[in-house]
Design a protein around this ligand. Structure first.
Ligand code: NDP
Length: 284
């Protein structure tokens, strides 16, 4: 019952989930993977903030932190109203330069803290050491929350066997063809907030017939249906677009509700089909 009540409580783009340390994180945000540093990143992030987005997900790897920071500054929105995520890249884990990488990200963003700092991938024999650095950053108040990305259950268990602070977030590939039910269930029990990357399957799901049928019935687009499905499943979601019209469209999901039957139809699409790399077998 509690779950149902919470689902219908989601009314605005600014609604938040409360992480296990009490920090509030927007359910919805803009992803900026493959958004070019410069004009493209600047205009997309500004368009999103202008449309009411409060959360931006970047990473050192994306090489657009400078422009994200500039957009934040030019938006005129007070810093405390925004939720900024960035991530430490694998080479910095391997080179034991996590702290330096954090300082570089912070400088590029032009911020004095980030809201969420993530371990981008579970680099074998390194992520526990990386986590210690993140724990220290958290204790020093330089990040409001720390988390991981692309961690499977066994990575989380291994990490938590030594961690002083449990990750607050796990950002993973998650969309209707890869809906990760076991990992979601595990994270829910551990109070680790799940966040979906590639929520739209990087654009590959936007002609799916089952999704199209549901979308037509609600007079919504497939993208909107998927993003609404995320929210009703209590999954933080960060769709990427560089087009203002889509940035606005993707956020226009607070005026309809998917029925239980719609939700079940979408849940049933799971094929355990990844589009991205496998966290147990990546080569970067
Ligand atoms: P998404 O699933 O968000 O899909 C983005 C693609 O969909 C783009 O090609 C975009 O095109 C298109 N698109 C967006 N909205 C619409 C729409 N309404 N109608 C039609 N097409 C649309 O993929 P991402 O990989 O970007 O994932 C989202 C975010 O997750 C990333 O940007 C990044 O922040 C994060 N991420 C994290 C990873 C990790 O390892 N932690 C890995 C990958 C992503 P266009 O821009 O032209 O509109």
């Amino acid at each position: 019952m509690l779950k149902l009540r919470r689902r219908f409580h989601l009314k605005t783009l600014q609604d938040t989930t409360t992480l296990h340390n009490g920090v509030k994180m927007p359910w919805f945000g803009l992803g900026v993977y493959k958004v070019q540093e410069g004009e493209e990143a600047l205009t997309s992030v500004k368009a999103a903030i202008n449309a009411g987005y409060q959360s931006i997900d970047t990473a050192a790897l994306y090489q657009n932190e400078d422009s994200v920071g500039q957009a934040i500054k030019e938006s005129g929105v007070p810093r405390e109203e925004l939720f900024i995520t960035t991530k430490v890249w694998n080479t910095d884990q391997r080179n034991d330069s996590v702290l330096e990488a954090f300082e570089t990200s912070l400088n590029k963003l032009g911020l004095d803290y980030v809201d969420l700092y993530l371990v981008h991938w579970p680099v074998k024999d390194k992520y526990k050491q990386t986590w210690k650095v993140l724990e220290n950053l958290y204790k020093e108040g330089r990040v409001r929350a720390i988390g991981v990305s692309n961690f499977n259950i066994h990575h989380l268990e291994d990490l938590m066997s030594v961690a002083e602070i449990k990750p607050m977030v796990n950002q993973v590939e998650l969309h209707p063809l890869f809906s990760q039910p076991e990992l979601r269930d595990y994270c829910r029990k551990q109070e680790i907030q799940i966040e979906a990357w590639a929520p739209l399957g990087q654009g590959r799901l936007l002609d799916h017939p089952v999704l199209q049928e549901i979308a037509s019935a609600h007079h919504k687009s497939i993208a909107q249906v998927i993003l609404r499905w995320d929210l009703q499943n209590e999954i933080v979601t960060i769709p990427k677009s560089i087009r203002e019209s889509r940035i606005i469209e993707n956020a226009d999901i607070f005026n309809f509700t998917l029925s239980e039957s719609d939700m079940e139809k979408i849940n049933a699409l799971n094929e355990n089909k990844r589009f991205g790399a496998d966290p147990d077998n990546f080569t970067f």
